[in-house]
Write a new protein. Structure first.
Length: 295
């Protein structure tokens, strides 16, 4: 392999991805389950060195390493303080002291919002990568996940954003509540869209609708995947009701390349929103490339 010029790192809570880079060209990639949630601050450097492995044999010294994500959290490797919005996506990272002189590590900061109180860490790099190829975008980016983000973008700035814990609530309800006996794998698109409509239109009945999922499973033997899809729809419907000021009448891009992103696109499309999608891995790496070039 050609000697890497620098290393791009996306360090999440549960996983970490590293790319050996030559400019904007990917030379190789490695993945690990050594996310922030499994490491003490003193263990990050060793985890990174393990991932880099033989890449260090021919790399320049010191080797530039640009990191986004949870490695910069207070509980991570080295805290990279939040930058308040409105602001452009940060491209200058916080220098991290290392024991190994072969490394020159920088961690990108996250974004914060005072009212209503909110933070993001990692998603800002995805936003920066998206804007690297669509600098004139003026609208809203939706970043689905455990904690879904809605960000208003204008004049290359993140103007405001809002986080919804929809993914975490789905996991808790489908895996740890009585609904775990009913939410088997599978998907029913019609049930999902009905759930979206009910979550948006009748939010006061949400808790009752949840128990109806279990009761219907016991009494009617619905099609496989019905309860799981409807639960997802109810939760996303509640989210769309709460995030309406972000997506109504706006150009919306869902940054996701998986089934969850497709669900958000379908839910928004059913509400008549102008929506399209873009893959997340490409924009994450593009954001890291932008930060590396910024120096």
């Amino acid at each position: 392999m050609t000697a890497p010029e620098w290393i791009a790192v996306d360090w999440g809570t549960s996983h970490v991805r590293v790319w050996a880079m030559n400019g904007a060209t990917i030379l190789a990639r490695r993945d690990s389950d050594q996310g922030m949630g499994r490491l003490h601050a003193s263990e990050f450097e060793a985890a990174l060195l393990t991932l880099l492995g033989d890449w260090l044999d021919t790399a320049p010294v010191p080797l530039p390493v640009v990191i986004c994500g949870m490695a910069g959290a207070r509980q991570g490797w080295h805290e990279a303080p939040y930058i308040p919005v409105p602001c452009e996506v940060p491209v200058h990272g916080v220098a991290v002291p290392t024991k190994d002189a072969r490394l020159n590590v920088r961690i990108l900061p996250g974004l914060s919002q005072a009212k209503p109180a909110d933070v993001m860490r990692g998603e800002e790099t995805q936003i920066g990568g998206f804007l690297a190829s669509q600098a004139d975008f003026d609208g809203v980016l939706c970043l689905p996940g455990t904690h879904t983000k809605w960000a208003h973008i204008s004049a290359r700035e993140v103007v405001s954003f809002r986080t919804f814990m929809t993914g975490e609530m789905f996991a808790l309800l489908s895996q740890q509540s009585v609904l775990r006996f009913s939410t088997a794998d599978g998907w029913d698109k019609a049930a999902f869209l009905d759930g979206v409509a009910d979550g948006m239109g009748r939010p006061a009945g949400f808790a009752a609708e949840l128990f109806s999922l279990r009761a219907r499973d016991l009494l009617e033997d619905p099609p496989k995947g019905h309860a799981r899809a409807r639960l997802s729809g109810l939760l996303i419907g509640l989210e769309l009701a709460g995030s309406r000021p972000y997506w109504l009448g706006q150009d919306v891009v869902v940054l996701s390349d998986d089934s969850l992103g497709q669900a958000y696109v379908a839910a928004l499309d059913a509400q008549g929103a102008v929506v399209r999608s873009a893959a997340t891995e490409g924009v994450t790496l593009a954001g890291l490339v932008t930060a590396f070039k910024a120096g």
